[in-house]
Design a protein around this ligand. Sequence first.
Ligand SMILES: [Zn+2]
Length: 453
Amino acid sequence: MEQVREFMINVVDKSVQRLIQNNLKIESFSLTMPIADPNLIWLVDRWMELVLNYGAREIVLSVSTHPHTSKTHYILPQTIFRVKSLSTSSKFCSLQKLYLSKVYISENIIQDIIRNCPNITDFHLWNFLGLKAVRISNLDKLEYLSVGVLECNRELETVHIDAVKLQGFRTYMPNLPAYGISFTSFCNLKQLSLNKCQITDDILHLHLSKFPLLERLQIFNCHMLRRVRIFAQRLRCLRLGGFTMAEVIEIDCPTLSSFVYSASSTPVLISKNVPFAMDIEHRPPRCELISSWFLELREDLRFSYQSKNFALKFVKLAQVSFDLEELGDVQIPPLSEVDDLEITWTAMIESLVCEPLMDGLLWCCHPRTISLPSNVYQYNCIKLLCEKLLGTKTPTCCNSTRIRCWRHDFKGAKIEILGEVEGEWPHGWNHLVDPLPALAKDRGVRFQLEWDY
Ligand SMILES: [Zn+2]
């Protein structure tokens, strides 16, 4: 603490005093102090006052009176900001975009903003404290609005928004019950993003029915949703996922051109009138995978008869077993088309784990390509796929009589190195199959597969 005191008195205070004595104009003031002496915090107040009086237009402060904790933040001196706040009678008629983040704000200030800034088109109110109710109306030009609170904010009870021209709305309200939200006049809404909202199936469906022009929809981490129906006649982009407990997702969107489902669970996905290739991203929640997981995955991939891209992200994979005999007498779902199977690791995977994994994945779907993006952990997987698909190792086929393994439909494969031209490699890539895993360890590779359907 002695060093902190020394720093505050002899370094910062003296520097600020010197600037002022030399009558220098201060444009920007930035101060980072993970620990400040609580007994000298009045010095920070004084620096703020001085630099503001000397014309500072930008102040960046990161000051805490306790190390490694955000419990004791520095509190901005109210006297400095009151006269400069928006609660004066002046109008800000030219102001179009207002971003407020990490602020303590009252309902009166919100009403002052609405009254004094009538031409706002973009309003971003994020990570705020101090409000029980958010009421936004009478901003006739408002087109984009974001409202989000901190995870710890339990004081917000209602959000009411009335904005007839609103085109985009983004929200993050982890603790607000769904009945606390009301939207009126959202008939022009084109973009909607809901993250961590306690929204139920019925309320979501009710809202969606009121947004006939909706083109982009994102729903993430809304854990109360179970049976989700997305019927939207003009929807072009749909992203769903995060922490979700949805069991069924039904999509009826004739103009959809992009769909990304990214989550650790795989609900039943039912698509109707969806004329495009889908992007599905899946993060297996377990680090041990058994044969029945592959059976479920094969079933899940069937939901769409159209082609799709399927991305798998593995955080950690300790053990994998895939044995067709273990599946017993279950009904085996037919294969579905997958354009590209993309596999990403975020940790080193052992060859012993990789082998049953690839056998299982190739049995779940017969992808046209398998992509391994550039990643330091992919060495073992490239090596194994070279052995399996490019024939550097004699394959062992299944012993199963009822259910056949992927090799029975497999005709051959070629490899390419992403971002490189094959002609620049002396004898082509397939010639490099043995040294390739080492050569390609910091490049992405793609296998092109041919199947006999
Ligand atoms: Zn076989």
